[in-house]
Design a protein around this ligand. Structure first.
Ligand SMILES: [Zn+2]
Length: 283
């Protein structure tokens, strides 16, 4: 079976546990314009095997360490159990298994400063980076509420490769089964399937190297809505009258978490290339 066909099967055969709404605004990960422009330029100037999309290594054979920080509330309650975090970790590991990468929590750290439990990126991240950060591990922080650097309430945010090894998760979103994997996707350099920071991806795919998420086996995504059957609802046309057919099941989209299934081959290649280039120091 061809890889593309296999991914199609993965994405369209595992729609289960459909949730009852769209998760608009779930993510506060910030795309740096200079970064996406550089990635697009590399896509154009590199040979196919040098691009993230066609990276020759397809299996990392690594297990990376996570340090999990649980911010407690003013009554010293955890607000989340280790069991529910480990359950989310299992889904994360399943999602990353095709690139032979897994994650292991090396330590749970309980933080009694309740201010961090309502976490504002602008106000708290630098403090937490100085006080609660274990180098060479992926530092994952769990808070009751989470506000990104525009003070919007989000389910999670992460830093791209080259940035801090930090991922922030809203405790209430950990159990949706996909926020953790979505933020880990950003952590390894993936953009949203509907990204427009370097231009809008055309439905015919002709600008897929330099627009949208810069990845060519994820179709153009207008970031619309989906119904309970995990199909677009309503279907949307582009200005030329063509109809969008995005991957509702793609982890890097904003469609319902219950519809999400996995990453594509080129997304895995991209993450492997980004890891080896920018995050290979992680234990
Ligand atoms: Zn995101």
């Amino acid at each position: 079976m061809k890889a593309a066909t296999l991914i199609y099967v993965i994405l369209f055969s595992c729609f289960f546990a459909v949730s009852d709404g769209n998760s608009q605004g779930i993510c506060g990960t910030v795309v740096d314009t200079a970064r996406i422009q550089a990635d697009a330029a590399a896509n154009l100037s590199s040979s196919q095997t040098q691009r993230g999309l066609f990276f020759p290594v397809n299996c990392l054979n690594k297990t990376l360490s996570i340090t999990a920080y649980i911010f407690r509330d003013s009554t010293a309650a955890d607000g989340i159990t280790q069991a529910s975090i480990l359950s989310a970790l299992q889904i994360l590991n399943n999602d990353f298994a095709p690139m032979c990468l897994s994650f292991s929590i090396c330590e749970f750290v309980y933080v009694n400063n309740y201010n961090y439990n309502d976490f504002y990126a602008l106000k708290h991240e630098n403090e937490v980076y100085n006080l609660y950060y274990t180098p060479n591990t992926i530092n994952v922080y769990f808070s009751n509420t989470l506000y990104d650097n525009t003070n919007s309430s989000v389910c999670g945010y992460a830093h791209f490769p080259g940035g801090r090894d930090m991922i922030f998760l809203n405790k209430s979103c950990v159990g949706d089964g996909k926020t953790f994997s979505h933020e880990m996707g950003h952590f390894f350099g993936l953009y949203h399937t509907f990204e427009t920071a370097n231009g809008v991806e055309l439905i015919n795919g002709t600008n897929c190297l330099v627009a949208g998420d810069l990845i060519c086996d994820t179709p153009a995504d207008p970031n619309g809505l989906n119904g309970s059957d995990c199909q677009m609802l309503p279907y949307l046309p582009d200005p030329s009258g063509n109809w969008y057919v995005p991957q509702i099941g793609n982890i890097m989209s904003y469609y319902s978490a219950g519809c999400k299934c996995g990453f594509t081959t080129q997304q895995f290649n991209w993450m492997i290339q980004q890891f080896l280039t920018n995050r290979n120091y992680l234990w």
